[in-house]
Design a protein around this ligand. Structure first.
Ligand code: NAD
Ligand code: TYD
Length: 366
């Protein structure tokens, strides 16, 4: 049994689906179901007894404590977070609450549970089958954004790079990473941290670049490119991120940090052109023109980081992990998934989503 937090969000739901497709080990899924959490992502697990969903906050230590005591997981994988940079600019408080205070309470509950697990040397404790003090793991899922922004000539982020977060989102994730590190050094909590680059793939909420471009293109709306569109991100297909997390959970060295990336540095405008070209091929516009016609340059994001790039040599060298998808194969699968799942898109475009679009894209949200 493992406990996953934030397992109804984009990466968490992909992780839970992949986990149960590959193993019979059950998952307790603790998720607050914010605007970003969506049980429809997990619809195929509705009658699966291996998946136990609990609506709750990682910051609620009594809920977490009860779940740990009752189910006695051998690992906790922490995806739960506020994750959207633009939202963190408009309203940072939720990011501080969940990403920092929430992670702190989660760590406290996990520490109390872990300290009482049985140890082969000591015996006793409350651990269930498979959960021992030695084998237990707390895996914290984080982002490359904690390392700040690179110039065009800089080498890619290594695990040893300084933390230089620039947005309220990345600062809150950086703080959570530091807490996780401190719980290892101070209390010996067996932690692992992963810092991953930008993900894309199925179930990605359409406020983020790639799904937003697909959804707006199909709806005949503008494709809003911030600034000059030359900001660079390093894209990884979400299922490759999930396989990397499984690998770190199984083989990672305690207290270590692993950077995860896809070796796919691309400028935003190139991403948007690729999405347009795939849509032109797979679902051409009624007027025969390219979706590129819908590209609209808009005011840049304040403090916009220019470039992220991950050096993923450590996880490859030490744990043998490499991404499976190329960007070309992953983006084609992704565009096709959105074409095949338009009901899912319609269902996530709730009232609160429409308000967000009006706030972030003044004058553009049609
Ligand atoms: P997401 O916003 O799609 O999902 C977050 C999930 O956490 C949602 O289901 C939400 O309901 C839940 N949640 C939020 N606050 C909670 C709380 N207080 N208690 C319990 N659940 C809560 O995010 P995502 O893109 O799936 O990202 C997951 C994790 O991976 C985050 O920690 C993020 O920082 C990290 N990450 C994301 C990316 C990316 O490209 N999306 C890249 C690297 C790292
Ligand atoms: P995003 O998906 O928000 O991820 P992050 O900011 O965490 O990297 O954005 C990816 C890049 O796309 C980022 O440089 C901002 C840019 N972007 C746009 O140009 N237009 C948009 O409408 C959005 C949402 C993002």
């Amino acid at each position: 049994m493992i406990l996953v937090t934030g397992g109804a969000g984009f990466i968490g739901s992909n992780f839970v689906l992949d986990w149960l497709a590959q193993s019979d080990e059950s998952v307790i899924n603790l998720d607050k179901l914010t605007y970003a959490g969506n049980l429809e992502n997990l619809a195929t697990l509705k009658d699966d007894p291996r998946h136990i969903f609990v609506r709750g906050d990682i910051g609620d230590a009594s809920v977490v404590g009860k779940l740990l005591a009752e189910h006695r997981p051998r690992a906790v994988v922490n995806f739960a977070a506020e994750s959207h940079v633009d939202r963190s600019i408009h309203g940072p408080e939720d990011f501080i609450q969940t990403n920092i205070v929430g992670t702190f309470h989660l760590l406290e509950a996990v520490r109390a549970y872990w300290q009482n697990l049985p140890s082969p040397a000591g015996g006793g404790g409350v651990g269930g089958e498979g959960a021992t003090k030695e084998s237990f793991r707390f895996l914290h899922v984080s982002t490359d954004e904690v390392y700040g922004s690179l110039s065009a000539q800089d080498p890619a982020f290594k695990e040893t790079n300084r933390y230089e977060p620039n947005s309220p989102y990345s600062a809150s994730k950086a703080a959570s990473d530091h807490l996780v590190r401190a719980y290892h050094h101070t209390y010996g909590l067996p932690v692992l941290t992963t810092n991953c680059s930008n993900n894309y793939g199925p179930y990605h909420f359409p406020e983020k670049l790639i799904p937003l471009m697909i959804v707006n293109a199909l709806a005949g709306k503008p494709l809003p490119v911030y600034g000059d569109g030359q900001q660079i991100r390093d894209w990884l297909y979400v299922k490759d991120h999930c396989s990397a997390i499984r690998c770190v959970l199984a083989k990672g060295k305690l207290g270590e940090v692993y950077n995860i990336g896809g070796w796919n540095e691309k400028a935003n405008l190139d991403i948007v052109h690729t999405v347009c070209a795939l849509l032109d091929e797979l679902r051409s516009r009624a007027d025969g023109k390219s979706y590129r016609e819908q590209i609209t340059f808009v005011t840049d994001r304040p403090g916009h980081d220019r470039r992220y790039a991950i050096d993923a040599h450590k996880i490859e060298r030490e744990l043998g992990w490499k991404p499976f998808e190329t960007f070309e194969s992953g983006i084609r699968k992704t565009v096709q998934w959105y074409l095949d799942n338009q009901d899912w898109v319609r269902n996530v475009q709730s009232g609160s989503y429409r308000q967000w679009m009006e706030k972030n894209y003044v004058g553009l949200a049609g």
